[in-house]
Design a binder for this molecule. Structure first.
Ligand SMILES: Cc1ncc(COP(=O)(O)O)c(C=O)c1O
Length: 371
């Protein structure tokens, strides 16, 4: 809902959440998929195997084959309750009790990590992504093994995509130092332009160094609570020991599988076009209201734009001032375990209405102009 007032007034725009847009939810097709998937299918209302419903595992395999040419066996994939559950059980497998964990310089991972361990470090970035030397230094300085949780594609919050050369360097260092990689790929399907870059999982060639997580939240809807993880079969087995739930909802899985069998390509094309438009209107608004006063780069995919300000400005005060004028953005502090905002805010363009994005960016522009 958009309520104009002074600078747009209270309740102008919530640009904090990485939710899908209501207009991108395939509600009718999902209802048809439910009608097609449930009659005569008692398995949808019984417990399933811990690794999840076979038909949804096959859908993930088909998706990886179709979009990435990646062929995985059934035992290399497990279905989870959102990718959040996959992240949780992979992190708990590797961090043991309060064990060490390394995250990207700023990372969505700071949110689950805070709950699981007090021993978290951030790996510095340069323009190409996480610095391989920093990973190596970290490995040598620590006396215990650790997992590197990274988001090389449409990084949340920075929007950056790590190129091929840097991906290979990171894999080389992690292999040499024995550092397992958790590759969080929540936005992989949502590429708006630029060339596809193979995932770390694909580049690793199935050695078991990488566990990759993905989700149906962004392409179908977050309420379906379905995600997946993929790796070498023994590692999937090991991580599944921490999954306590008698299999992720066979009910939701049956419906999602049917939906994807019937509509995968059209739905993915539709959400790509839909969010590409929203990204473009967001960056046009940024050009109008913040050009010359802040820096950002146009993300090739995903849901977020990362905006960086003059280091002398007080980001926390700016975020508070935006909120007082009805616009909510996330401070960079939310993505660091030490709460350092990195002179930046994250703006989510996925969920808000176009008019709210326009007004929200205008308010941010006013606050910036007052610094
Ligand atoms: C980078 C990233 N990973 C994982 C998730 C978790 O998503 P879900 O549990 O809905 O799959 C999100 C949600 O916003 C995300 O942005």
């Amino acid at each position: 809902m958009v309520t104009p007032g002074r600078s747009g007034g209270p309740g102008v725009a919530d640009l904090t959440v990485g939710q899908p847009a209501v207009d991108a939810l395939p509600l009718e097709e999902m209802a048809e998929a439910a009608r097609a998937a449930l009659p005569g299918n008692p398995r949808a209302l019984l417990y399933t195997q811990t690794e999840g419903a076979p038909e949804l595992i096959d859908v993930v395999r088909a998706k990886l084959r179709h979009y990435e040419g990646l062929d995985l066996d059934r035992d290399q994939i497990a279905i989870t309750s959102g990718s959040s559950q996959a992240l949780d059980i992979v992190l708990r497998t590797f961090t043991d009790l309060d064990g060490p964990l390394a995250l990207d310089d700023v990372s969505y991972g700071a949110i689950p990590a805070r709950r699981l361990t007090s021993c978290v470090d951030h790996i510095p970035f340069d323009d190409d992504g996480p610095q391989p030397d920093a990973v190596a230094r970290h490995a040598r300085a620590l006396d215990r093994p650790f997992v590197f949780y990274t988001m090389p594609t449409f990084q949340n919050p920075m929007g950056l995509t790590v190129g091929m050369a840097r991906r290979r360097e990171l894999l080389e260092v992690c292999r040499a130092e024995g550092v397992p990689i958790l590759e969080d790929d929540a936005y992989y399907e949502l590429r708006y332009d630029g060339e596809r870059v193979p995932s770390l999982l694909e580049l690793d060639g199935g050695s078991g160094l990488v566990v990759r997580t993905g989700t149906f939240s962004k392409i179908l809807g977050a309420g379906i609570r379905l995600g997946w993880m993929a790796s070498a079969a023994p590692l999937i087995d090991r991580v599944l020991r921490l999954k306590p739930d008698g299999g992720t909802s066979p009910f939701a899985s049956a419906i999602a599988a049917r939906f994807m069998q019937d509509h995968m390509e059209t739905q993915i094309a539709r959400v790509r076009a839909f969010y590409r438009d929203k990204r473009d209107l967001t960056t046009r608004a940024l050009d109008r209201h913040l050009r010359g006063r802040a820096t950002w780069r146009t993300p090739e995919g995903g849901f977020f734009v990362w905006i960086t300000f003059d280091p002398s400005w007080d980001v926390a005060a700016m975020v508070r001032e935006c909120a007082a004028r009805g616009v909510r953005v996330r401070s960079g502090a939310d993505f660091r375990v030490d709460q350092d905002p990195r002179h930046s805010v994250r703006l989510a363009f996925s969920h808000a209405e176009p008019q709210a994005i326009e007004q929200g960016v205008a308010v941010l522009g006013e606050v910036v102009a007052e610094q």
